[in-house]
Design a protein around this ligand. Structure first.
Ligand SMILES: [Zn+2]
Length: 260
């Protein structure tokens, strides 16, 4: 069986997860007001384009750009993780992600999204992940619903900031359920915006046990035809998040060593 990520805290705790809902709801409400400021503060318009080196499992990044803490319909998985600088990306991938969230605001205005870890400003080893080293990898937490309403995936130190959540093959965890429709549409939009940035999606890792539910959505046939999903279980189970690798030609890793 695939292992779980081990860092920053212990396993899920139902009391804290339930309490986390309210806290995250408040947090995203606050983020709605802060988004313009956050975007402007992190990466001003006209910022330098990033350069990636090597591969996602052995790479670096120059001029990495952070995702904002939140926006009108999305939020970071953890304010702490974000403030530690764990949400940096290649500028093109960052734009693709933000453009996709913006399109989702039009497509499904009642949905909220939570992005997960991405990488360091200068790339390199990013524990506990095995990849995420050159700015081309993004984790996005699964969109979820509770009592029919969209909720940000509950995340705190007690459930490893959402990474400790466990879903069954129907996408259920306690009283929350994966919103497969929203996930399918998000992947569709992300594919579109990534193409536009010249950094198409290379592959998506999502627990194979949950593929059937995803492929049963409105975008299911399109996803099956157009996106490369890893078909076997990864080294950790990807039920509470999807991992996306984007495709860009990067400079050789040696070049980073000589320019820094
Ligand atoms: Zn990942």
């Amino acid at each position: 069986m695939a292992r779980r990520y081990r860092w920053m805290g212990r396993g899920p705790h139902s009391r804290h997860v339930t309490a986390g809902f309210a806290a995250r709801r408040r947090q995203i409400s606050g983020a709605l007001g802060c988004c313009v400021l956050a975007v402007g503060a992190v990466s001003p318009v006209g910022a330098v384009e990033s350069t990636c080196y090597g591969t996602s499992s052995r790479g670096r990044l120059e001029h990495g750009a952070s995702l904002p803490l939140g926006g009108s319909n999305f939020l970071a998985y953890s304010t702490l993780g974000w403030s530690l600088g764990r949400a940096y990306l290649h500028s093109r991938v960052r734009s693709a992600v933000l453009d996709a969230f913006a399109l989702m605001q039009e497509d499904m205005p009642d949905r909220v999204f939570v992005y997960g870890e991405t990488g360091w400003q200068n790339g390199g080893p990013f524990k506990p992940h095995r990849t995420h080293q050159n700015g081309l990898s993004v984790d996005i937490m699964v969109p979820v619903q509770r009592a029919g309403a969209s909720w940000p995936l509950p995340g705190d130190a007690f459930n490893r900031f959402g990474y400790g959540m466990e879903f069954d093959a129907q996408g259920r965890s306690g009283d929350i359920r994966i919103d497969f429709e929203a996930l399918g549409q998000l992947l569709f939009r992300l594919s579109e915006t990534a193409e536009r940035q010249g950094a198409p999606i290379a592959r998506v890792i999502f627990d194979p046990a949950l593929h059937a539910e995803l492929f049963a959505t409105s975008r299911g046939n399109w996803l099956r035809r157009s996106i490369t999903f890893m078909q076997h279980q990864a080294w950790v189970r990807h039920d509470e998040h999807i991992h996306i690798d984007f495709s860009l030609t990067c400079a050789p890793l040696d070049a980073y060593a000589t320019s820094n």
